[in-house]
Design a protein around this ligand. Structure first.
Ligand code: PLP
Length: 390
């Protein structure tokens, strides 16, 4: 038996695939030449790159429900068919209650949730204003929704207002923004965005992927912390970041949930998450609501890191536990990251197209379990790596 199989090992296939092979080789060669070829690497060193902000990801989640009943490890079918289980009703009620929302609906990932939510809410004759640094899943969701859209300058309220003034009179209007930006570590001026929306009769959709778990008395995110729940249409949250579980969910009105259950292709045409994952969600929700201790540690570790970096003369962007140090040049960012990895710090370079051209950076993610000694060492070594590559 052949240990592995590449179709182009066979002369007849090679001929059929010749164009594709050429196309892929050219694309990959271009990426290599531009210093943008990505490869998969096994994680090594202290974790300053994952989104495990509250350090939950290593939790050995149980394989049973709380009463000890074994739970299926396969999703089996779409939620609308045999993929729906009582545990998902429990999870969605707990999520809605946690966020003070009327309803919640679980998706298989944040990518699917954003695309599904946006394509269900927004029709081609609507008008959408979207922050220029919104995540790819939002950009792709809006492309798929096919409405007119205006990309406003990052967090720029005047530009947002200008864009909305140009919206056709009859169009339903939406504003879509992240709350804590994933690559910039800064926070959208949510209260002001909501005020602009209200002036223009626009609906606000907030992606809370990076804020969920880490802000507010119960960790339910920035929208809740700022008391804006009743003034936004919908929020999107992922489990794969601070909550340490797989999947994502959307919070909003019950009627919107009914629309999603009936019309959202990213919900309908995919296999449900396994029920055993539902039990992890219940554990994660219970844990995170009461975990002010880890939230406090996370924010304290962030302040120490940012203070230490500043004292070593390094300017970081943003203001929270996602700490970007923008170096501009791709090669410089890659070299600085390699230097940090060689001293046991898993810090990665982020390059275009993930971030805009000319803004390659180190993206450092602080976690609740980083102790003071590690934080100070990491900040000092980041400063050294930057100086070495200058
Ligand atoms: C802002 C933002 N939204 C959505 C997603 C997608 O979430 P998930 O990883 O659960 O697909 C991400 C993940 O990188 C993200 O950063």
């Amino acid at each position: 038996m052949r240990p592995c199989f590449a179709p182009w090992d066979y002369p007849s296939w090679r001929q059929t695939l010749a164009n594709l092979i050429e196309r892929w080789q050219a694309k990959l060669a271009n990426l290599r030449e531009a210093g943008r070829l990505r490869t998969l690497r096994i994680a090594k060193g202290a974790d300053f790159s994952s989104n495990d902000y509250l350090s939950y990801a290593a939790t050995p989640w149980p394989a049973t429900s709380r009463d000890g009943t074994a739970l299926a490890r396969g999703g089996s079918a779409s939620r609308l068919l045999r993929g729906h289980h009582a545990i998902w009703d429990e999870v969605e009620s707990a999520l809605a209650m946690w966020h003070g929302a009327e309803a919640a609906l679980v998706f298989t990932s944040g990518y699917a949730a954003n695309q599904g939510l946006l394509t269900t809410l927004i029709q081609p004759d609507d008008f959408v204003a979207s922050d220029s640094l919104n995540h790819a899943s939002i950009i792709d969701g809006l492309r798929l929704a096919g409405s007119r859209r205006f990309v406003y300058q990052h967090c720029d309220l005047e530009d947002l207002d200008r864009g909305l003034r140009a919206a056709p009179a009859q169009a339903e209007r939406f504003i879509v923004t992240e709350s804590l930006f994933s690559m910039d570590g800064d926070v959208a001026p949510l209260a002001d965005i909501v005020s602009v929306a209200e002036r223009h009769g626009a609906h606000v959709v907030v992606d809370e992927a990076h804020a969920t778990g880490c802000f507010g008395a119960l960790g339910s995110g920035l929208v809740n912390q700022l008391g804006l729940r009743e003034r936004v249409l919908a929020t999107m949250h992922t489990g794969g970041k601070a909550l340490g579980v797989h999947g994502a969910y959307v919070c909003g009105p019950e009627l919107m949930k009914q629309m999603l259950v009936n019309q959202c292709r990213h919900f309908l045409f995919t296999t449900a998450l396994p029920p055993v994952v539902g039990s992890w969600w219940l554990d994660a929700i219970t844990r995170v609501r009461d975990d002010d201790a880890n939230r406090t540690k996370l924010h304290a570790a962030t302040s120490l890191f940012r203070r230490t970096l500043a004292s070593r003369g390094v300017q970081a962007a943003g203001s929270h536990y996602i700490v970007p140090v923008v170096l501009g040049d791709d090669k410089r960012a890659v070299e600085a990251a390699a230097c940090l990895q060689s001293v046991g710090l898993d810090i990665r370079a982020i390059r275009p197209p993930t971030v805009p051209e000319g803004s390659s950076r180190l993206r450092i993610a602080i976690h609740a379990n980083h102790d003071d000694a590690l934080i100070v060492r990491a900040a000092s070594q980041v400063a050294e790596a930057i100086a070495c590559t200058a």
